[in-house]
Design a protein around this ligand. Structure first.
Ligand code: MIC
Ligand code: SF4
Length: 642
C-alpha cells in the first residue's frame, strides 16, 4: 500500500510515536507563526520558559489583527512582541504588512515542511503543500522553545476533485459546497488531503482558500500536493529554490475517501450564523444588502482582488451599499496601486482598508443595526462582525463584487462575461515591513507596557473537585461566545483580568459575576464545544474565573488542547443523554480524578442536587493526563523539563 502525502511529511518529521490513527505523536516543527491577538500570550509564555533563542528554522511574529490604535493598548502589545522577536531571533512583520496567512504563503511557507501557528487558519499554507496546523499559543511557544509539537495522529481523508469549475464559480464556492456536505464537525479528527485532475484548474491561492476554510470543517489541517502550479507561484514570489515536488503515491492508503465533481458546483452562500449553513445562491430569495466586505485570510489574494476590480470597472457601488476592501498583503496593495486597479476600486466607490484582518475580527466596519452584510470571509458567527443583530452571509469575491453593484445577493453567472485576470510574471516582493533579527540578541530588552498583565497559572489537579454548574450551553459554542473579539475587547488580549469581565458575554451576561460569587465551578457544554478559533484566552479566562472542569458532549480539537494546557479538565459524557440530567446551579462532585485519569478508568460525577451518578470519560493521552495533574503545561514543563 502506498503512502499519502500527509504520511510522507509526518514520517520525515516524526520524533516519537507511530503514525497510526489515534496514537500520540510528536513531530519536528520547521516553522512557526504567531499573530498579535494570540501572540502576546505566546511570548509571555516563551519568556516564562527562560530560553536563549528559538529552535525552529524560521519563526515569524505578525501584527495583523489589531492594527487600530485607538488607545495605548495595541501599541503596547506591538512593542512587546517586537522586542520579544528581537530577543529570541524571530522575524517581526510590522502592522500594515498584511494578514499572517497570506504573507506566510507568499514569503515563507515551504512544501513538505511542518508549520505550527497560533491561529486556527494556519492551514492556509496547505495550499502549497506545507503541513500547517493551528494550535494553542502555549503549543506554539513550546514549538519555538523546543522545536517539537505533540498531537494525536488524525485519520486522513482524501477528497478527489474531478472536472472543472463553471464560469464565475471559484474556490470559495468549492469549500462552501464541501462545508454543506460535511458540516462544521465533518472534518473533526481528520487531515484532508486533496488530489485529482480537478486540482490542475486551481491556482496556489485558490487552493489556499480551500485549505483555509478546512478550519471551519473542524479538520486538523488540509493539504494539496506540490506541483507545477506550486512551482509557478513560488517562482513568481522569487522563491523557486523553495519548491520541491510532492504527491501521494498512486495507491496511497486513506481512512476515508470522497469525490467531488467541480462541474456540479454553482455559486454558494453560507447563511447566518454558521459557515456550514450553505445554500446555492440561486435558491436564496432576493435579499437586499447593506454592506459588502472583501478580504480576510480566505479571499484577499492578488487574483481575488483583481477579479473584484475588473468586475467594478466602469461600474458604481449601489447607493445603499458600503463596500470595504482589505488586501491580504502590502505587496498586493502595491501591485494594485501600480497597475491602476486601486484607482478602479476607488472610482467605483469602494472604501480601501489597511492590509490586515480588519472587519473579519470586528476591528472596525461593524455594520448598522439589523444589517445584512455580505463577506468573503470564513466565519459568520453571531455578533462577530461587531453588531449583534446583524446577519452575515459568506460568499466568493465574484458574488460579493456583483452584489455590491446590484445591491442584493446576486448570482454572478447572471451578471454577464466573467472577467479575465492577467497574472503578473513576477509578484512584488519587498522586505520593508519586515524586521529581521540581528546577531546581537542578548542586548535586547523586552518592553512591557502597562497593558501587559501576567497570565494565570493553575495549581496541581485536586483528586476531588466540587462546585456548581455555572453555565450550561447548547451545541457548537464558539470561542467567540466564550471570549468575544471585537474592537472594544481585542486591545485586552494581554490583560486577562480585564477580559474576564466579558467571558460568555454574548450568551450569559453575568457569567463572571456568578463565577466569582461561587468561587468558580463547572461548565456543561454540548457537541463541538469551543469550535472556531485557537485563542487560548477561551481557556485562560475561565481559569482566571475559577473554572475547574468542562463537561461536554464533544470538544473542538484546539480548544480541548488549550483547556488541557491551562490545567482545566475536559471530560465527556459516556452517555450523551446524561447532558439532560444537569442544570445550572446544580451542585456537583467528582472524586478519584487523578487515578481515573491515570488508569483511563473513567470518572464518576455525583450530582448532589439531583442525587444521581453520571459516568464521564477523559479521552486524552497519558501525557495530557500528566499535564493536567501538574496543573497545566507550564507547571508540567518545569517538573519534567518537558
Ligand atoms: C479568528 O479568526 O477568530 C482569529 C482571531 O484569527 C483567531 C485567533 C484569535 O482568537 O486570536 C483564530 O482563528 O485562531
Ligand atoms: Fe484574521 Fe479573520 Fe483570518 Fe482570523 S479569520 S486570521 S481574524 S482574517
Amino acid at each position: 500500500m502506498g503512502k499519502s502525502l500527509v504520511y510522507k511529511i509526518l514520517e520525515r518529521n516524526l520524533l516519537s510515536g507511530n503514525l497510526t490513527d489515534g496514537s500520540e505523536i510528536s513531530v519536528k516543527v520547521n516553522q512557526t507563526l504567531t499573530q498579535d491577538s494570540t501572540g502576546t500570550m505566546v511570548y509571555l509564555q516563551l519568556a516564562a520558559m527562560d530560553i536563549q533563542e528559538i529552535q525552529t528554522e524560521l519563526s515569524v511574529a505578525y501584527i495583523d489583527h489589531n492594527t487600530l490604535q485607538a488607545g495605548f493598548e495595541n501599541a503596547d502589545d506591538h512593542e512587546f512582541i517586537k522586542t520579544c522577536a528581537a530577543k529570541y531571533g524571530i522575524i517581526y512583520s510590522k502592522p500594515g504588512n498584511g494578514i499572517c496567512h497570506q504573507l506566510h504563503l507568499e514569503r515563507f511557507a515551504k512544501p513538505g515542511q511542518v508549520l505550527i501557528g497560533s491561529d486556527s487558519h494556519t492551514p492556509t499554507c496547505g495550499g502549497i503543500g506545507t503541513l500547517s496546523i493551528g494550535a494553542g499559543g502555549l503549543d506554539v511557544a513550546v514549538a519555538m522553545a523546543k522545536g517539537y509539537y505533540f498531537f494525536k495522529m488524525p485519520k486522513v481523508m482524501n477528497i478527489e476533485l474531478v472536472g472543472s469549475l463553471q464560469s464565475w464559480v471559484s474556490a470559495k464556492d468549492v469549500i462552501l459546497y464541501i462545508l454543506k456536505r460535511l458540516s462544521v464537525k465533518g472534518g473533526v479528527g481528520f487531515i484532508i488531503e486533496y488530489s485529482g485532475e480537478g486540482i490542475r484548474n486551481l491556482s496556489a491561492t485558490d487552493r489556499a482558500t480551500i485549505t483555509n476554510m478546512g478550519a471551519e470543517l473542524g479538520a486538523t489541517t488540509s493539504i494539496f500536493p506540490s506541483d507545477e502550479i506550486t512551482k509557478d507561484f513560488l517562482t513568481k514570489q522569487g522563491r523557486s529554490q523553495d519548491f520541491v515536488p510532492l504527491t501521494a503515491d498512486s495507491d496511497a492508503h486513506y481512512d476515508e475517501k470522497m469525490q467531488i465533481n467541480l462541474d456540479e458546483i454553482t455559486s454558494m452562500c453560507a447563511m447566518p450564523h454558521s459557515p456550514d449553513h450553505v445554500k446555492a445562491i440561486r435558491d436564496i430569495e432576493v435579499t437586499k444588502i447593506d454592506q459588502v466586505a472583501i478580504g480576510s485570510c480566505t479571499n484577499s489574494s492578488y487574483t481575488d482582488l483583481m477579479k473584484v476590480a475588473r468586475i467594478l470597472e466602469g461600474k458604481k457601488v449601489h447607493p445603499d451599499v458600503s463596500l470595504v476592501v482589505s488586501p491580504g498583503s502590502s505587496s498586493i496593495l502595491k501591485m494594485m496601486s501600480d497597475n491602476g486597479a486601486l484607482g478602479t476600486l476607488i472610482h467605483a466607490g469602494a472604501r480601501i482598508l489597511e492590509a490586515a484582518c480588519g472587519p473579519c475580527i470586528g476591528m472596525g466596519q461593524a455594520p448598522k443595526s439589523k444589517a445584512i452584510s455580505l463577506r468573503t470571509f470564513n466565519r459568520n458567527f453571531e455578533g462577530r462582525c461587531g453588531t449583534k443583530d446583524a446577519s452575515v452571509f459568506l460568499v466568493s469575491p465574484e458574488t460579493a463584487a456583483c452584489s455590491a453593484i446590484t445591491g442584493f445577493i446576486t448570482d454572478p453567472s447572471l451578471y454577464g462575461e466573467k472577467p479575465v485576470i492577467e497574472i503578473p510574471k513576477q509578484y512584488h516582493v519587498s522586505n520593508h515591513y519586515f524586521i529581521y533579527p540581528s546577531e546581537h540578541r542578548a542586548d535586547h530588552e523586552i518592553v512591557m507596557g502597562p497593558n501587559i498583565k501576567p497570565f494565570p497559572v493553575n495549581e496541581p489537579l485536586a483528586s476531588t473537585m466540587t462546585g456548581k454548574i455555572l453555565l450550561k450551553t447548547k451545541d457548537n459554542v464558539t470561542t467567540d461566545d466564550i471570549i468575544p473579539s471585537h474592537a472594544a475587547l481585542l486591545p485586552f488580549r494581554s490583560n486577562i483580568p480585564e477580559l474576564s469581565k466579558h467571558c460568555f458575554g454574548t450568551i450569559a451576561n453575568d457569567f463572571h459575576i456568578v463565577a466569582k460569587k461561587y468561587n468558580g465551578g463547572f461548565i456543561i457544554g454540548g457537541e463541538n464545544y469551543g469550535q472556531g478559533s485557537s485563542r487560548e484566552h477561551a481557556a485562560l479566562v475561565p481559569l482566571y474565573l475559577g473554572i475547574k472542569v468542562v463537561i461536554a458532549k464533544s470538544f473542538a480539537r484546539i480548544h480541548k488542547a488549550n483547556l488541557i494546557n491551562a490545567g482545566i479538565l475536559p471530560l465527556t459524557f459516556v452517555n450523551k443523554k446524561d447532558y439532560l440530567c444537569l442544570d445550572e446551579l446544580d451542585d456537583l462532585r467528582i472524586s478519584e480524578v487523578l487515578s481515573g485519569l491515570k488508569n483511563h478508568k473513567g470518572i464518576t460525577l455525583y450530582n448532589k442536587t439531583k442525587e444521581i451518578l453520571i459516568p464521564l470519560q477523559f479521552t486524552g493521552s497519558e501525557r495530557d493526563a500528566a499535564i493536567l495533574a501538574a496543573g497545566g503545561y507550564l507547571n508540567y514543563a518545569k517538573q519534567s523539563n518537558f
